[in-house]
Write a protein of this length. Structure first.
Length: 146
């Protein structure tokens, strides 16, 4: 049995005390509210019995702590990061769709055709980016192995 878990008799006593305190307030409730609360209690029973309601309370506490710790600078940084990531994903997706549309209709180029394509400044810029990206990726992989 969990050390933190109340003993069965203590638990029943605490629940009985809470119910006794709520009876006067419950008498003032209308029938619809009382029926709604009864439905809620029925739905909460398995969560309480399986001690899963504790997880929900812990999650709410975590969210509350995050809200308390959030200041304007943190929110701005998170929003900028999300905006940068979304913009990068959009650019990458747009470029991939455009390239797919252009290359799907054309026959594959020959080796000489590929060399001619390398004469285009945009192709060279893209190749330079890809090679630089792969270089950085390789350097990070090398550093991780050490």
């Amino acid at each position: 049995m969990d050390q933190d878990a109340p003993r069965p008799n203590e638990s029943r006593t605490a629940v009985t005390d809470v119910v006794a305190q709520l009876r006067p307030a419950a008498a003032a409730l209308d029938d619809a509210t009382r029926a709604g609360l009864d439905d809620l209690v029925v739905k909460l029973e398995p969560l309480i019995q399986g001690r899963r309601l504790h997880n929900i309370v812990d999650l709410l506490s975590l969210v509350s702590d995050a809200v308390d710790m959030s200041d304007d600078a943190m929110v701005q940084k998170v929003m900028k990061t999300a905006d940068d990531a979304l913009g990068g994903a959009w650019t990458l997706g747009n470029a991939a769709r455009y390239a797919a549309a252009r290359t799907s209709k054309a026959p594959p180029p020959s080796l000489i055709g590929l060399l001619r394509a390398a004469g285009d400044e945009d192709v060279r810029r893209g190749l330079h980016f890809a090679l630089t990206f792969l270089s950085v990726l390789g350097r990070q992989m090398r550093d991780d192995d050490r």
